[in-house]
Design a protein around this ligand. Structure first.
Ligand code: NAP
Length: 319
């Protein structure tokens, strides 16, 4: 049975990926921060848990050395742009520098065992910053505008460096993807939970920062399928994972209220500049031609279906 080490398994994507890999028959190992998940309630059954923190590179490398995986998937990180502004140094260490430890660990293992060790990095559209080129492709210049984007850019470049050295190291440039497992610290889940609270009578309004930003939003399980295709591809490479369609935050709000049967929502939303990001890309839009054509990936859920699934889930939570 092939073995895989996954970081970030307690996150949105990690939970879907663990379910997918266990279902596919992988021997799944996870690096999880000690103490934070002591009860292991939120970890998919069948996953072997190893204590490790990405700020402690020795702890990660020792898990790689013990498990001797065929594949490493790095999903861990400070994944919020907003948090990266309040904790830039931690972001650099966890989202950026830790990837050097993982790649070096993969490389050394490959050398020691004399067999390939594959590596897949969850990169981000934020490496493109406020790109003028739309849609962005795999060759769009990397020019981040946030500490998160800069840390991801460093990691993304390092994946390319190790690929050049002879490691099967791939980068999935992920655009925003959502699900009922998205934390409420992200605007999408804040909206769907906020709508559910209003419908349930627990709240009278939804506070948001900027309704005009446009993003390319997809369905998280589709993006996890893309990670698996990238891991199992014939050759290591960089792939944009996006829907190719952009929507505004306003569109998201409209779709969320519509999913709850409300068409006239303007009086239920308040704008508060405190919730706007210090610097933000006005539009992010990805061109998914390469992964469609090379690996046969395509998204299965539309924007409206994704929002509907989240609102339905959040209404059920309050029922
Ligand atoms: P998420 O829900 O925020 O999960 C982040 C994971 O990283 C959690 O499991 C967290 O563990 C772990 N982590 C954080 N700091 C750690 C540390 N010091 N040591 C070990 N683990 C640590 O993120 P996601 O939405 O699933 O995204 C997965 C990856 O894709 C991330 O790298 C993200 O940056 C990238 N990405 C996501 C999107 C998106 O739209 N979701 C878009 C582009 C790129 P704890 O539970 O212990 O905190």
């Amino acid at each position: 049975m092939a073995s895989v080490v996954v970081t970030g398994i307690t996150g949105q994507d990690g939970s879907y990926l663990a379910e997918r890999l266990i279902g596919d028959g992988w021997d799944v190992h996870a690096i999880v921060r000690d103490g934070k998940h002591a009860d292991e309630q939120e970890i998919t059954p069948g996953v072997t848990v190893h204590a490790g923190d990405l700020v402690d590179i020795a702890s990660i490398r020792s898990v790689i050395d013990v498990v001797e995986p065929d594949l490493i998937v790095n999903l861990a990180g400070i994944s919020s742009v907003a948090q990266s502004w309040s904790q830039p140094e931690l972001t650099a260490r966890v989202t950026g520098l830790a990837v050097s430890g993982l790649l070096a660990g993969a490389w050394d293992l490959q050398e020691r065992l004399g067999r390939p060790v594959r590596f897949v990095q969850a990169s981000s559209s934020e490496i493109f910053g406020a790109a003028e080129q739309r849609p962005q492709t795999e060759t769009t210049p990397i020019a981040p505008i946030s500490p998160y984007g800069a840390a991801k850019a460093y990691a993304h470049h390092l994946v390319g460096v190790y690929r050049g050295r002879g490691l099967f190291a791939s980068s999935a440039i992920l655009y925003n993807h959502e699900s009922p497992r998205r934390p409420e610290t992200f605007v999408t889940r804040k909206i769907t939970r906020g709508v559910a609270r209003i419908v349930n009578g627990d709240s009278t309004s939804l506070l948001l920062g900027n309704l005009d930003a446009r993003r390319d939003w997809g369905w998280a399980p589709d993006y996890v399928d893309a990670l698996v295709l990238i891991a199992e591809a014939d050759a290591a490479d960089t792939f944009i994972v996006a829907t190719g369609v952009d929507h505004s935050v306003r569109d998201f709000v409209t779709a969320a209220f519509a999913a709850a049967g409300i068409s006239d929502w303007e009086s239920l939303v308040e704008l508060d500049p405190r919730f706007a990001r210090p610097v933000d890309a006005p539009i992010m839009l990805g061109d998914n031609s390469k992964i469609r054509e090379t690996l046969g990936w395509s998204p299965t859920l539309s924007f409206e279906e994704t929002v509907h699934a989240m609102v339905t889930h959040d209404l059920e939570l309050l029922a």
